[in-house]
Write a protein that binds this ligand. Structure first.
Ligand code: FE2
Length: 297
């Protein structure tokens, strides 16, 4: 079944780096992304899939989420989203304008009500995908955004961006824009900002291997390995050298409109358990703190 979403996928995130060289070395040598040659002050990285890039690192003085980029289904779909965003009261940049980033295409920026910059792209050129490597990121999986009012922000994603709610747990709303159970998760918090960014690996074995590579380089796991409830994906969370929480994930549930939207009472755990297997070690204090430490720029 082909579903009619104006936005068809999450493409990339822009993160601010206080030490660009060190941060770039981490994502290349440890996290497992591939640098993209590009004449710019930013550093771009791709996975093995067809997206021109999945991560941009921008120089700056303090960490912050600078943008989340989504791909639109068509020029008309992009314009429809922009019109709805304007009506919703969002600030929208001039454009669409030609993107000078890897992949090119047309892009336009809008600021969602809580302050996160959302970049829409259409017509960016896919790159030839590499052979699948089980311990390497294929593409971005999702962003998890902190919000003081999850339901209000979920309403924005549904009404303006055309996402659909797949599950609502006590603390989180899960939203999709294609068959992945979620591309965006909104987490109830005392602050607005970035909770974490998740990178899609081909399989559970890859999550384990990539996690071992992290440990080899001195990065202990912040939470996991486990299997989430909503979305059924396997996960391993880490805190990167700049303080961002990054997740290796795989096995994200594929859904369509026949999926029954879950409610908080559908997603409860027995005492002491935080994942389906019951093996994930408790989240570290450092990981918990990092999940609410990064704001928007
Ligand atoms: Fe996640």
């Amino acid at each position: 079944m082909t579903e009619d979403f104006p936005i068809t996928g999450i493409v990339s995130v822009d993160l601010v780096s206080t030490d660009l060289d060190r941060h770039a070395d981490f994502f290349r040598d440890v996290w497992g992304l591939t640098p993209v040659d590009h004449a710019s002050g930013a550093r771009f990285f791709r996975g093995t899939g067809s997206d021109a890039y999945v991560l941009a690192l921008l120089p700056g003085t303090s960490p912050g989420l600078a943008a989340v980029t989504f791909r639109c289904a068509s020029e008309a779909a992009m314009q429809a989203v922009v019109t709805r965003a304007t009506e919703y009261g969002c600030t929208v940049s001039d454009g669409p304008a030609a993107s000078a980033r890897p992949g090119g295409g047309q892009m336009i920026d809008l600021r969602e009500p809580n302050g996160c910059l959302i970049r829409l792209v259409h017509g960016d050129a896919p790159r030839p995908a590499d052979p699948v490597a089980r311990d390497r990121t294929e593409r971005l999986s999702h962003v998890n955004i902190n919000s003081r009012d999850v339901d209000a922000l979920a309403q924005f994603y549904e009404r303006v961006l055309g996402f659909r709610l797949t599950d609502r747990s006590a603390a989180m709303a899960f939203l999709r824009c294609n068959s992945d159970h979620h591309a965006v998760v909104l987490a109830q918090a005392e602050v607005e900002g970035l909770n974490h960014v998740a990178f899609m690996l081909p399989e559970l074995e890859g999550v384990m291997l990539a996690s071992g590579r992290m440990r080899d380089h001195g990065h202990d796991m912040g939470w996991g390995v486990g299997r989430h409830g909503p979305g059924n994906n396997v996960f391993a969370y880490f805190v990167d050298p700049e303080g961002y929480v990054v997740e290796h994930t795989a096995d994200v549930l594929q859904v369509d409109d026949g999926y029954r939207v879950g409610r908080p009472q559908d997603w409860t755990w027995p005492p002491g358990r935080t994942d389906q297997w019951g093996i994930a070690a408790p989240k570290t204090d450092a990981c918990k703190a990092a999940q609410t430490a990064v704001g928007f720029v």
